[in-house]
Design a protein around this ligand. Structure first.
Ligand SMILES: Nc1nc2c(c(=O)[nH]1)N[C@H]1C(S)=C(S)[C@@H](COP(=O)(O)O)O[C@H]1N2
Ligand SMILES: [Mo]
Length: 358
């Protein structure tokens, strides 16, 4: 760990610590304050961190990635130099924790769901550079009848969340070695992490050490006992306690703190909208239950990253409620409410954002 991190339990420097706040005191976790308008790409110092064990410090010179399992023709071990031989690939992609906005379950149902009580900031967009997992698996001789791929971290809990082979072979599933043009920071998985486009953040395993490829379905805690839709309204899918979360649904945010504060007058509201299922095609805003008005969308609109939106507003003094709803290219729109689930995942209801204008 570096000598004096600005945010306790994080390795990375957070020069403007107000960019990150810690949900409910869970150690080594921090969320982005969207009210600080982080930019299209979330800068590293402002990018949320979700750790189930503290960030391990790994020596990149001795680090190896082991690929094994009955779904491969051979077992291989790769160093960073070996990985550099594969074609470099860059993608702008979001990572969003399946538990983002979990705190709103408590607001809606009067009790807390799951653990880390995220507000809206367990999401970020970065430019990831690395190699395609598909290229590495092909080189290791992935078999036609491979079923599941389990990437595993070198953190104390050996965190791992299995993926079906089709998602592992997708052209934008990356072994990322850098983030926003810098070597991957310790808190974000140095020296190598997976980036799984559009899926729950848990699939983007950090501090990769091992990848198992199997000819059967694979299960860990993280696709059977957490990051599942579980509870009275959801059927168990043995051996999972519910439906394992995969793709992240469409969601939108206003770039204001919660509650927001601003001065009266003509102003422009800003925010961002994301869907794991493709591009966001429409963002609408309703103020104080008024008609839905179409917001302007920014020029950068990558699939499975967010699009920035803005809308001119004549802000009058008083307290207002601003609602935003996004629609993605699959035609999916945010719901009015989200049914309770025990782990508090996939909260994407339209939020009534309180804003005080003075
Ligand atoms: N090895 C490992 N990988 C991990 C985790 C972890 O605890 N250990 N957390 C996962 C979860 S739940 C999320 S939401 C993302 C968060 O990525 P970030 O910390 O880079 O924002 O990492 C995923 N990868
Ligand atoms: Mo997560």
């Amino acid at each position: 760990m570096s000598a004096m991190p600005d945010t306790p339990d994080l390795d990375k420097p957070t020069p403007d610590a107000s960019f990150l706040s810690v949900p409910n005191g869970e150690r080594a976790n921090a969320e982005t304050r969207l009210g600080r308008r982080p930019g299209y790409l979330t800068p590293i110092h402002a990018f949320y961190v979700r750790n189930h064990s503290p960030s391990p410090v790994i020596d990149a010179r001795t680090w190896r990635l082991r690929l094994e399992g009955d779904g491969l023709a051979r077992e291989v071990c790769l160093s960073l130099t070996d990985l550099a031989a594969f074609a470099p690939t860059t993608r702008i992609r979001a990572i969003e924790c399946a538990g983002n906005a979990r705190t709103f379950f408590e607001r809606d149902y009067g009790r807390q769901a799951g653990n880390a009580q995220w507000q809206r900031g367990a999401i970020g967009v970065a430019e990831w550079t690395g190699v395609r997992l598909a290229d590495v698996l092909a080189w290791a001789g992935v078999r036609e009848d491979a079923v599941d791929v389990l990437p595993e971290g070198l953190d104390a809990g050996r965190f791992g969340r299995p993926l079906p082979i089709a998602k592992a072979l997708a052209e934008d599933t990356l072994i990322a070695l850098s983030m926003n043009g810098e070597p991957l920071p310790i808190d974000h998985g140095a020296p190598a992490r997976l980036i799984v486009s559009g899926w729950l953040g848990a699939a983007s395993v950090k501090w990769l050490g091992r990848i198992e490829v199997a000819r059967r379905r694979l299960y860990t805690h993280w696709n059977t006992r957490d990051y599942t839709l579980a509870g009275p309204d959801y059927p168990a899918q043995a051996p999972a306690d519910g439906i394992p979360v995969t793709v992240m649904p469409v969601m939108s945010f206003i770039d204001l703190d919660w509650p927001g504060h601003m001065s009266a007058g003509t102003t422009r509201l800003h925010g961002r909208a994301f869907s794991g299922e493709g591009r966001v095609v429409r963002v609408e805003v309703s103020i104080d239950n008024g008609p839905w008005r179409a917001a302007d969308l920014g020029d950068i609109n990558q699939p499975a990253a967010w699009v920035c939106w803005s809308l001119v507003w004549q802000a009058t003094p008083g307290t207002h409620e601003i609602r935003v709803r996004a629609t993605d290219e699959q035609g999916h729109c945010q719901p009015e409410s989200v049914p309770w689930n025990d782990h508090g995942v996939l909260y994407n209801a339209i939020l009534a954002h309180p804003v005080a204008v003075v």
